[in-house]
Design a protein around this ligand. Structure first.
Ligand SMILES: [Zn+2]
Length: 309
């Protein structure tokens, strides 16, 4: 299936030209930070600035409005060009009260992207996810993992370099690969499960982090064996999704089972069973049973599998 030729997943494929070759050009970056058309996307403690409403939208600050902030923020990152203007993320988590920053953009508030993501225009959602992911990385990599000295931002926020001259290690933005897979029987049934910590009623496909020394296909087979005790035949790549909650990329697969008896790993999985397409199409979407959230690749896998039969 060439899923990537269809609609991209939520938070993916922002129409941003990242212009990575210009990140080291400090003069050019400084000019962009002084350009009145530049847009500044503040991030406060993982929250993005959003204008609420039935059709929420991303809010940004002009350079003029952001003025004093640009002089005091600890971290920023050049995101690239979108709609022909430069976009930067800035970190304002040092403020106890972010309301004055939100007040610089009319009717905006710092908002968890997860609460509004499905309602945002796709490019805006992707831009906010990018900004959130970059600022999260900076917040979690303030010290060198090699020698423990402080690190400092370089290359317009895309590298952190150790300040210990005898070390000098460079650290790059990271995103943690996780596999997510719809397990089906080659016919009309697929496996959905749920974890105790999920919202009431939510059932979803299986997922787990890729471990060192594994291919993605290895990780799919291991996770499915561990969580529900099923063996797999072919494992087929579907599509991927940036998932900055807090720092993952979800790699989606369709996987055909060769066994059907479920043997649950009860410490991870509260319940799991086989569902038919008819059952999923009749999902009541309530606290007894609901499908995964609409902006997730999990939902995309379910919807695309439903469409095949
Ligand atoms: Zn170091």
């Amino acid at each position: 299936m060439a899923a990537e030729t269809l609609q991209p997943n939520f938070y993916a494929s922002a129409a941003v030209d990242r212009l990575g070759h210009l990140r080291r050009d400090e003069q050019w970056i400084a000019q962009r930070l002084a350009d009145p058309t530049t847009r500044i996307l503040p991030v406060w403690r993982t929250h993005n600035l959003v204008i609420a409403g039935s059709m929420p939208s991303a809010a940004w600050l002009s350079v003029e409005r952001a003025g004093h902030l640009l002089g005091e923020v600890r971290e920023f990152a050049f995101l690239g060009f979108h709609e022909s203007v430069a976009h930067f993320a800035i970190e304002v988590s040092y403020l106890e009260d972010p309301a004055p920053v939100a007040g610089l953009a009319e009717a905006a508030a710092f908002t968890d992207l997860r609460t509004v993501g499905p309602l945002l225009e796709r490019n805006q959602g992707a831009l906010l996810a990018y900004a959130r992911g970059m600022m999260h990385w900076h917040a979690r990599h303030r010290f060198c993992g090699v020698c423990g000295h402080p690190t400092e931002s370089r290359e317009a926020g895309h590298v952190r370099r150790c300040t210990n001259e005898s070390c000098g290690a460079q650290h790059f933005p990271r995103t943690d690969p996780a596999v997510i897979m719809l397990v089906h029987d080659g016919g009309d049934r697929c496996v959905l499960g749920r974890q105790k910590i999920w919202p009431p009623g939510m059932h979803s496909v299986l997922a787990g982090f890729v471990e060192p020394g594994e291919s993605l296909e290895d990780a799919v087979r291991r996770e499915v064996a561990e969580e529900v005790g099923i063996a797999l035949a072919e494992v087929t790549y579907h599509s991927s999704q940036p998932w900055p909650f807090p720092a993952s990329i979800m790699l989606g697969f369709m996987a055909r089972a060769t066994t059907t008896d479920l043997n649950l790993a009860t410490d991870e999985i509260e319940t799991a069973r086989w569902y038919t397409r008819a059952e999923l199409r009749a999902s009541p979407e309530n606290e007894v049973f609901r499908l995964p959230r609409r902006d997730s690749i999990a939902r995309r896998l379910v919807d695309d599998w439903l469409a095949e039969g």
